[in-house]
Design a protein around this ligand. Structure first.
Ligand SMILES: [Zn+2]
Length: 318
């Protein structure tokens, strides 16, 4: 009789595994372009339609798949200061070829796929890699703008791709491009399933490092929006590490179009933990010797993410 395989395929570790969540409201300080499709010579940005009580509204959108791609590139292009190469070069892991090895700090959390046995050049050496699937344990959500403002359309000129050219035979090609308007707020969420703290370090590094690079072409970049809450001007940011999900999830309904309503909803869910309204920016709930839920808010959450990001640098990049 054939034995049925029930194991997940993930290696056992001596490090405890947890779930981790990041909740944030991002703000773009300038126009933002994230290409979606081209229609009648206009490069369109991605939008979504939302049904409200008496209307259908259109909103700009930083889709979770696009954010995931920017984060993954942050890791692939992370600098290794001592060798002068990038992390993806060292690992032989990039886009579209993902190495899918369980010990790859990128693929372990973002996932990877090799469809058939292949040979890969890694730093000048041939390496055989078998067909492999690694399911990502990091998922991205949110990204629908709070304000309902349609994208604007601008005239642009595509210049010849050479940096310098003596003959002036090639003229710039005019084209139109849509942009998300400045100051749009985008609530976003990252969730990690059953990861170790070293695995989450890559996620924290990628989340923070990708902020300056969200968007396609130029201009690009966002930051974590700040508002006064818990008596301090601080980022709208929540980080959870847990065995049991004991906090309300600060997720903003895409049907909300007012900034003030969205911030009140975010703060009221962020400060609700297991039936209590919390005033501390770090809250912990224990059962026996185990910490079952920890939530960091605002500046504390940012410092926690920065600690994890620094851990990624010291263990993987240095
Ligand atoms: Zn990899």
């Amino acid at each position: 009789m054939a034995a049925i395989q029930t194991n997940s395929g993930l290696p056992q570790t001596d490090q405890p595994r947890y779930h981790f969540d990041i909740y944030a409201i991002l703000e773009a300080p300038q126009e933002l372009y994230f290409g979606h499709e081209t229609q009648v010579n206009v490069n369109m940005v991605e939008t979504v339609k939302i049904a409200t009580d008496n209307d259908v509204i259109e909103k700009c959108y930083i889709s979770p798949t696009k954010r995931r791609g920017v984060e993954r590139r942050s890791l692939i292009w992370a600098p290794l200061p001592s060798s002068g190469i990038l992390l993806g070069d060292k690992l032989g892991c990039g886009i579209p070829h993902t190495c899918a090895q369980p010990d790859c700090p990128i693929c372990a959390v973002y996932g990877g796929l090799i469809t058939s046995n292949i040979e890969v050049d890694v730093l000048g050496k041939r390496e055989s890699r078998k067909a492999t699937t690694t399911i990502g344990r990091l998922v991205h959500g949110g990204g629908v703008a709070i304000q309902s403002i349609e994208p604007s359309e601008k005239q642009r000129a595509m210049h010849p791709s050479t940096m310098h050219r003596d003959d002036s035979g090639i003229t710039p090609m005019p084209f139109k491009r849509q942009y998300n308007e400045p100051a749009l707020l985008y609530p976003v969420y990252n969730h990690c399933m059953s990861v170790t703290e070293p695995e989450f370090q890559a996620v924290a590094y990628a989340f923070l490092d990708a902020l300056a690079r969200l968007g396609a072409g130029n201009p690009k970049g966002v930051y974590i929006a700040e508002k006064p809450w818990l008596n301090v001007q601080q980022p709208l940011l929540v980080v959870d590490c847990y065995l049991a999900p004991l906090g309300k999830r600060p997720v903003i309904s895409p049907a909300i179009t007012h900034i003030e309503t969205a911030v009140v909803d975010f703060v009221s869910a962020a400060t609700w933990v297991h039936g209590q309204t919390i005033a501390a920016t770090t809250s912990t709930i224990k059962r026996d010797e185990w910490t079952v839920f920890t939530r960091w808010l605002g500046n504390d959450a940012l410092v926690k993410l920065q600690e994890y990001a620094t851990g990624f640098v010291t263990t993987v990049l240095l």
